[in-house]
Structure formats: C-alpha cells, structure tokens
Design a protein around this ligand. Structure first.
Ligand SMILES: [Zn+2]
Length: 401
C-alpha cells in the first residue's frame, strides 16, 4: 500500500541565518521519518528548501517557524494531489512493447534489458554490476557496436536516488537510440565508443518508491534507530563525510556508517574499477534542477583540468538547449548547487581517475515548485532527446582536446 500524503502541507522556507539553517537541519534528522519529508536539503543560507509536513506535526512545525522567525510560503495544503497518478507501466511481454510513454517498474526494465540481450547478442552484454541490501541485482548493460578491437567507453549511471524516476527512463531511452537509431550523429557515437549504462544504481529504493513511498530517496538498510538507508550519493570513498552530508541515520543525506557502508555503492564501485582504464567519460544522472556539474563537491578549489571540464560543460549546455530551448546552468558542484562529499562523480574523478566526470540534474528547473520528482511522463522522450544531444556535444568536444 503506497503511503498517502493527504493533507500534508508543503512549505518553502528560505533560511537567512545560521540559526535558521541549524533549525532546518535538526528537523531533517528527526527520528520519525513520517513527520517531515525533505524535497531538497538545506545546505546554504539563502537557498530555498521544500518540506512536506504531516498533519499531526503541523502545530509543532508552525511553532518552529515562529520561534526561528522564518520567511516561508505555504505551497500546498494537500501534497497527495501531486502524487495521485504514478504513470507507471505494466511489465512488457515483448521487447518492442517497452516504451517511454510512462515510467517502468524495476522488473519491467530488467526484463526489457534481458530481451534486448537475446535480440541483439552481437551488440548487448548484460552484467551484474552489483547487489543491493535486499539482494536485488544492479544491472549494467554494455553496448558495443563498433568494429572488433579495444575502444574508449562512456559510463552512464542513473537511479542513485530512488525518487528521481526520470533518470532511469532517460538512460534506457538513450540506450535504445544508440542501439537502433541510424541517424549519423548517433551512429558515430555508438560505433566509436562502448557504452556502459546502469539504469538503477539503487534498486531497493526504486521498488520502495512505487510500493511504499513515492518520495523515498535513500537505500533501504535498517538502522537500530528505526530509520532506514543511507544516501548512496554521499557514501563513496572520497573525502567521505567531509561536508554536505549528515551522520544521523534518519537524515535524507546520511553518509552511511563508513565509506562504502552500502552494498550498492561498494559493489558498483568495484565494477567501475574493473573498466576504469577504458573510460573516457563518467556521467551520473540525477534530477532535478537543470544543472550540468563537474568536480569537486567537497571543496571550492579547482579540479586539475577544470578548464577542460568547463569547456566540455559549455558544449553540453548548448547541446541540451538546441532542440527544445531547455536552459541549464553549470559549474563545479560546490559553488553551483551546494557542497557535497562522497558523491559518485567525485569518486570517479578523484579515485578512478576518469578525467571527464559530470553530473546532470535533469528537468524540471529548480524554480519548478516542489514537484520536481514527478516530471510528467510526456516529458520523458523530450528530456531524453536533449540529454543525448548534450552528451554528443560533450563527446565531440572531448575529441578536439
Ligand atoms: Zn539525485
């Protein structure tokens, strides 16, 4: 039975002082994960935060707003209305039944990948890239269409945060385009490079979003406190726990008990390490906000090849705009969104030494209310098309360096 958000209020808060930021962080670490649902996390003074408040906690919450003297807006008095239709497709029976008109279950996508491997054994190889706490596979698909011989590879990782449904949808669409589209600009990219694609880096979390709580973000390992999971994108072993994460297991940005405490990140990192020498470009796909970001997240000092990273990012930002006029902003993670540490993109760059590493935050824009994780399914294809456009422009630019 899916959790309902009837009469949950949605607030937008703008912390203006350090004390207000601390007040929000205390709420975020509350043991009762049903009380407050954080749409985004409070890291910076002046950056707005969206919080969904359960009805019985409203008096306490309003009291906090008054005491801490917050500027706020009440955006909705019933969060459930925004979560009414999951737009979720049944498991496909045949490979060509799989489409991008709606979102898919984990089983539906995994079944489609297995059917693709049977249909195109010469191009498609499936790997079990890792395992989740609840023992689900983290599947990686390798697309290799070029002539026999070694070549560089591109790695796309999606679904790290469970509720960001657009991200597995986009990478599966990109896979299908690379596999079947005969357009020259796409064909060049699918023949010149091997593509590794992981649609679901956090399968337990994803299943939980359509069986229990659509707004779940983390993994699902239980803690003694009664709270569940860690933020898998704060758990990688590179400047772990340094900044922009939380050491309370109830927090939505809990870094885990130690680097790679989560089976998902540990096993996936091992998989990436196996192929890292071939990797030209690592891309971690998230939503939302329309950002294209590069390392570092843990510090504002420049990455060694920051000039190149920015040059390639600029090409990506113009690529993403060319079809539908979608406007992205970009830069290093620390300055452009907020400080974070223990992210996969920083690890890919700093430890796996993949020279070009990026994170996308897909549609909608950050100004887009609080419903960013519920991107309407009719935007799956346009979002996928513009993301592939961006990747092609980025790769073309890397080729000129
Ligand atoms: Zn994310």
């Amino acid at each position: 039975m899916l959790k309902r958000y009837d009469n949950h209020h949605v607030y937008q808060l703008e912390p203006k002082t350090q004390q207000q930021l601390i007040a929000i962080n205390i709420l975020e670490s509350k043991a009762d994960q049903d009380a407050y649902t954080f749409v985004d996390s409070a890291q910076i003074i002046g950056q707005s935060v969206h919080i969904i408040v359960a009805p019985k906690y409203l008096p306490q919450f309003k009291n906090m707003l008054r005491t801490a003297n917050f500027t706020y807006q009440l955006l909705s008095e019933n969060a459930q209305t925004e979560l009414e239709d999951l737009e979720l497709e049944d498991t496909p029976q045949r490979a060509f039944d799989y489409n991008w008109k709606k979102y898919h279950t984990l089983d539906g996508t995994y079944k489609w990948l297995e059917m693709l491997q049977m249909q195109y054994p010469q191009f498609i190889t499936l790997y079990t890239a890792g395992y989740s706490y609840e023992n689900r596979k983290i599947l990686a698909v390798k697309l290799s269409k070029g002539a026999v011989g070694p070549r560089r590879s591109i790695f796309l990782e999606a679904g790290m945060h469970a509720r960001e449904w657009i991200t597995p949808a986009v990478v599966t669409y990109i896979l299908q385009q690379l596999l079947t589209n005969t357009d020259r600009s796409i064909n060049v990219m699918s023949e010149r490079y091997d593509w590794y694609i992981v649609p679901h880096a956090n399968p337990d979390g994803y299943v939980y979003t359509y069986t229990v709580d659509r707004l779940w973000r983390k993994t699902r390992k239980p803690h003694i406190s009664g709270c569940f999971g860690a933020d898998p994108n704060r758990n990688w072993d590179y400047h772990w726990g340094f900044i922009g994460s939380n050491n309370n297991p109830c927090s939505n940005i809990y870094a885990g008990s130690r680097p790679f405490s989560e089976r998902e990140t540990y096993t996936l990192a091992n998989f990436i390490s196996t192929f890292k020498k071939s990797m030209l470009l690592y891309v971690s796909i998230h939503s939302y906000g329309q950002y294209l970001l590069y390392p570092y997240g843990h510090t504002n000092s420049s990455a060694p090849n920051a000039g190149e990273l920015k040059h390639i990012m600029d090409a990506g930002i113009s690529g993403v705009k060319q079809r539908y006029g979608t406007v992205y902003t970009g830069g290093n993670i620390y300055d452009t969104i907020y400080p974070t540490s223990g992210t996969s993109v920083d690890w890919a760059y700093g430890v796996a030494e993949i020279k070009y590493a990026y994170a996308f935050e897909l549609r909608p824009s950050s100004k887009n209310y609080w419903t960013g994780f519920r991107l309407p399914a009719n935007q799956i294809i346009p979002t996928s098309e513009e993301t592939l456009d961006a990747l092609i422009e980025m790769i073309k630019t890397i080729e000129t360096i």
